[in-house]
Design a protein around this ligand. Structure first.
Ligand SMILES: [Cu+2]
Length: 203
Protein backbone atom coordinates (compact mmCIF):
# COMPACT_ATOMS: atom_id res chain seq x y z
CA UNK A 1 0.00 0.00 0.00
CA UNK A 2 1.52 3.42 -0.96
CA UNK A 3 1.49 6.46 1.28
CA UNK A 4 -1.26 8.24 -0.70
CA UNK A 5 -3.67 5.34 -0.37
CA UNK A 6 -3.39 5.25 3.42
CA UNK A 7 -6.85 6.25 4.69
CA UNK A 8 -5.25 7.78 7.79
CA UNK A 9 -3.34 10.11 5.49
CA UNK A 10 -6.57 11.22 3.79
CA UNK A 11 -7.95 12.04 7.17
CA UNK A 12 -4.87 14.18 7.92
CA UNK A 13 -5.33 16.06 4.65
CA UNK A 14 -8.96 16.64 5.57
CA UNK A 15 -8.02 18.07 8.96
CA UNK A 16 -5.39 20.28 7.32
CA UNK A 17 -7.97 21.73 4.96
CA UNK A 18 -10.35 22.45 7.81
CA UNK A 19 -7.47 24.17 9.59
CA UNK A 20 -6.64 26.29 6.54
CA UNK A 21 -10.30 27.25 6.13
CA UNK A 22 -10.53 28.16 9.80
CA UNK A 23 -7.38 30.30 9.53
CA UNK A 24 -8.79 32.18 6.54
CA UNK A 25 -12.03 32.78 8.41
CA UNK A 26 -10.07 34.03 11.43
CA UNK A 27 -8.04 36.44 9.28
CA UNK A 28 -11.28 37.73 7.76
CA UNK A 29 -12.78 38.30 11.19
CA UNK A 30 -9.66 40.13 12.43
CA UNK A 31 -9.77 42.37 9.38
CA UNK A 32 -13.42 43.16 10.04
CA UNK A 33 -12.64 43.89 13.67
CA UNK A 34 -9.74 46.23 12.90
CA UNK A 35 -11.61 47.91 10.08
CA UNK A 36 -10.03 48.76 6.74
CA UNK A 37 -10.57 52.49 7.38
CA UNK A 38 -7.97 52.58 10.14
CA UNK A 39 -5.37 50.89 7.96
CA UNK A 40 -6.27 53.13 5.05
CA UNK A 41 -6.08 56.31 7.12
CA UNK A 42 -2.77 55.16 8.57
CA UNK A 43 -1.15 54.60 5.19
CA UNK A 44 -2.66 57.86 3.88
CA UNK A 45 -1.06 59.59 6.83
CA UNK A 46 2.29 57.95 6.12
CA UNK A 47 2.10 59.03 2.48
CA UNK A 48 1.21 62.60 3.39
CA UNK A 49 3.99 62.82 5.93
CA UNK A 50 6.51 61.38 3.46
CA UNK A 51 5.36 63.87 0.84
CA UNK A 52 5.64 66.73 3.29
CA UNK A 53 9.15 65.66 4.28
CA UNK A 54 10.10 65.51 0.57
CA UNK A 55 8.71 69.03 0.05
CA UNK A 56 10.49 70.31 3.14
CA UNK A 57 13.80 68.86 1.97
CA UNK A 58 13.35 70.65 -1.38
CA UNK A 59 12.38 73.94 0.24
CA UNK A 60 8.78 73.58 -1.14
CA UNK A 61 9.90 74.24 -4.73
CA UNK A 62 8.56 71.01 -6.32
CA UNK A 63 5.17 70.63 -8.02
CA UNK A 64 2.39 70.05 -5.53
CA UNK A 65 4.35 71.49 -2.62
CA UNK A 66 2.55 74.88 -2.77
CA UNK A 67 0.02 73.48 -0.29
CA UNK A 68 2.81 73.41 2.29
CA UNK A 69 3.98 76.96 1.73
CA UNK A 70 3.39 77.73 5.35
CA UNK A 71 5.72 75.20 6.96
CA UNK A 72 4.82 74.45 10.52
CA UNK A 73 1.06 74.93 10.07
CA UNK A 74 0.34 72.12 7.66
CA UNK A 75 2.64 69.64 9.33
CA UNK A 76 0.61 69.83 12.51
CA UNK A 77 -2.79 70.02 10.82
CA UNK A 78 -2.36 66.66 9.10
CA UNK A 79 -2.00 64.47 12.19
CA UNK A 80 -4.83 66.28 13.97
CA UNK A 81 -7.24 65.70 11.07
CA UNK A 82 -6.54 62.07 10.35
CA UNK A 83 -5.25 60.57 13.57
CA UNK A 84 -7.48 62.13 16.20
CA UNK A 85 -8.52 59.59 18.78
CA UNK A 86 -5.98 56.96 17.80
CA UNK A 87 -3.13 55.90 20.03
CA UNK A 88 -0.68 57.51 17.64
CA UNK A 89 -2.48 60.84 17.89
CA UNK A 90 -2.45 60.67 21.67
CA UNK A 91 1.26 59.97 21.75
CA UNK A 92 1.88 62.85 19.35
CA UNK A 93 -0.14 65.19 21.56
CA UNK A 94 1.89 64.02 24.54
CA UNK A 95 5.14 64.69 22.67
CA UNK A 96 3.90 68.18 21.83
CA UNK A 97 3.07 69.00 25.43
CA UNK A 98 6.44 67.66 26.57
CA UNK A 99 8.08 70.00 24.10
CA UNK A 100 6.06 72.96 25.37
CA UNK A 101 7.03 72.29 28.99
CA UNK A 102 10.22 74.17 29.88
CA UNK A 103 13.04 71.78 30.75
CA UNK A 104 14.41 74.04 33.49
CA UNK A 105 12.10 75.59 36.05
CA UNK A 106 13.07 78.71 37.89
CA UNK A 107 11.51 80.87 40.58
CA UNK A 108 12.40 84.45 41.36
CA UNK A 109 12.81 85.89 44.84
CA UNK A 110 12.90 89.66 44.78
CA UNK A 111 14.97 91.66 47.26
CA UNK A 112 12.87 94.80 47.50
CA UNK A 113 13.96 98.39 47.67
CA UNK A 114 14.43 99.62 51.25
CA UNK A 115 15.15 96.23 52.79
CA UNK A 116 18.54 97.52 53.93
CA UNK A 117 16.74 99.33 56.74
CA UNK A 118 14.73 97.47 59.40
CA UNK A 119 10.96 97.39 58.85
CA UNK A 120 10.48 94.89 56.03
CA UNK A 121 10.50 92.06 58.58
CA UNK A 122 7.26 93.40 60.10
CA UNK A 123 5.32 92.24 57.04
CA UNK A 124 7.76 89.43 56.20
CA UNK A 125 8.74 91.18 52.97
CA UNK A 126 12.52 91.45 53.15
CA UNK A 127 12.58 88.80 50.47
CA UNK A 128 9.49 88.45 48.23
CA UNK A 129 8.22 85.83 48.63
CA UNK A 130 9.88 85.23 52.01
CA UNK A 131 8.53 81.66 52.06
CA UNK A 132 8.91 79.90 48.72
CA UNK A 133 8.00 76.27 47.95
CA UNK A 134 9.53 74.60 44.89
CA UNK A 135 10.03 71.11 43.51
CA UNK A 136 13.45 69.48 43.35
CA UNK A 137 15.60 70.66 40.49
CA UNK A 138 14.22 74.20 40.60
CA UNK A 139 16.62 77.08 40.24
CA UNK A 140 15.85 79.98 42.55
CA UNK A 141 17.00 83.37 41.35
CA UNK A 142 17.43 86.12 43.91
CA UNK A 143 17.05 89.47 42.19
CA UNK A 144 18.35 92.49 44.05
CA UNK A 145 16.08 95.40 43.10
CA UNK A 146 17.39 97.52 45.98
CA UNK A 147 20.16 100.11 45.65
CA UNK A 148 22.18 98.43 48.42
CA UNK A 149 24.06 95.13 48.29
CA UNK A 150 22.44 92.11 49.99
CA UNK A 151 23.09 88.41 50.52
CA UNK A 152 21.11 85.19 50.61
CA UNK A 153 23.11 82.91 52.89
CA UNK A 154 21.67 79.61 54.11
CA UNK A 155 21.31 79.41 57.88
CA UNK A 156 19.82 81.72 60.49
CA UNK A 157 20.91 85.02 62.07
CA UNK A 158 21.20 83.23 65.44
CA UNK A 159 22.89 80.03 64.25
CA UNK A 160 25.01 81.53 61.48
CA UNK A 161 25.66 80.13 58.01
CA UNK A 162 24.99 76.39 57.64
CA UNK A 163 26.95 75.95 54.43
CA UNK A 164 24.13 74.77 52.12
CA UNK A 165 24.47 77.81 49.87
CA UNK A 166 25.85 81.33 50.01
CA UNK A 167 25.26 84.07 47.47
CA UNK A 168 28.08 86.29 48.60
CA UNK A 169 27.37 89.99 48.01
CA UNK A 170 24.56 90.50 45.49
CA UNK A 171 25.20 94.00 44.26
CA UNK A 172 22.37 96.43 43.39
CA UNK A 173 20.61 95.20 40.25
CA UNK A 174 22.47 91.88 40.26
CA UNK A 175 21.15 88.33 40.72
CA UNK A 176 22.23 85.10 42.41
CA UNK A 177 21.07 81.65 41.26
CA UNK A 178 21.04 78.40 43.15
CA UNK A 179 19.58 75.06 42.00
CA UNK A 180 17.85 73.05 44.73
CA UNK A 181 18.50 69.35 44.04
CA UNK A 182 17.68 68.04 47.53
CA UNK A 183 14.39 68.06 49.39
CA UNK A 184 14.20 69.96 52.66
CA UNK A 185 13.54 73.32 54.24
CA UNK A 186 16.31 75.83 53.69
CA UNK A 187 16.34 78.93 55.88
CA UNK A 188 18.48 81.82 54.73
CA UNK A 189 19.20 85.37 55.72
CA UNK A 190 21.21 88.45 54.83
CA UNK A 191 24.58 88.57 56.61
CA UNK A 192 24.71 92.36 56.66
CA UNK A 193 21.02 92.96 57.47
CA UNK A 194 20.10 90.15 59.89
CA UNK A 195 16.40 91.14 60.02
CA UNK A 196 16.17 89.89 56.44
CA UNK A 197 15.12 86.22 56.59
CA UNK A 198 13.49 83.80 54.18
CA UNK A 199 12.97 80.09 53.53
CA UNK A 200 12.94 77.86 50.49
CA UNK A 201 11.03 74.60 50.97
CA UNK A 202 11.96 71.94 48.43
CA UNK A 203 9.39 69.14 47.97
CU1 LIG B 1 20.62 92.74 53.06
Amino acid sequence: MSEMQNPHHYRKVGYSMILVAASLAAIGLVQLAIGPDVLYADSMQRDKTAFFEMCKAGNYMQDGCEMFDKPGNTLYEIPRMTLEGTEEAESMIMEESVMETPQVSAEIVSIPSGSGAPGCEETNECYIPAALTVSTGTTVIWENTDNAAHLATSGTPDGGPDGAFDSGMIMAGATFEYEFSDKGEFAYYCLVHPWMVGTVTVE
